[in-house]
Write a protein that binds this ligand. Sequence first.
Ligand code: 13P
Length: 252
Amino acid sequence: MRTPVIAGNWKMHNTVDESLKLVRELKPLVAGVGGVEIVVAPVFTALDAVSAEINDSNIALSSQNVFWEEKGAYTGEIAPGMLKDVGCTYAIIGHSERRQYFNETDETVNKRVKAALKAGLTPIMCVGETLEEREGGKTIEVVSRQVKGGLAGLGSAEIDKMIIAYEPVWAIGTGKTATPEQAEEVHADIRRLVGQIAGAGTAAGIRILYGGSVKPDNVDVLMSQSDIDGALVGGAALQADSFARIVKFETK
Ligand code: 13P
């Protein structure tokens, strides 16, 4: 049984006060909801305050990125241990916006994943194709390259601790969700690939989240797919009521 994960990636939104307001609204709406890991990923500056606010709740904390060194002369970067220090238990790694705007590559994703695992953070490693790649029939090729690159050098005991998020770039922030069938097809391929890399047990256990315009009105059908184990939510995570509804998805 794979415990589903619903994670809200707040991206570059919300001051400390706004973050606290959102999480204070969210807490009572999801209190008592079990059988699902609920995660929020605020901006770095709000992590500490949000961490204190969710301390005794069923909501966990994630960063939106992490650097691979433990400390040193790396101006502007944040180490895995520093994220643990403020209460993070997850780290989003390799989001397509980082690949697109900040030169993130499969190699740097791999370094971040390894460093996060070493520090005891659960990596949420993001993969996904662009519209051009999908239209060129390259979806599986691109996603396979990203998965293999991101997992390079890791053993099954480490991959067991990870989460993969499939986020087709063309579905992010566009209102265009992949159809459940389109998403399921890629999720099943990712699971097969994880099986080739790390064995059947790891493939059966790893959580693969879908991201890209997940909303209250499409989460149920997405979550009803056999290889979709959760959602990485952007825009709809910025409103407590819509995120809470996504957390309370119903499968058919
Ligand atoms: P949207 O839900 O706004 O499409 O964003 C998805 C995403 O990128 C989550 O990481």
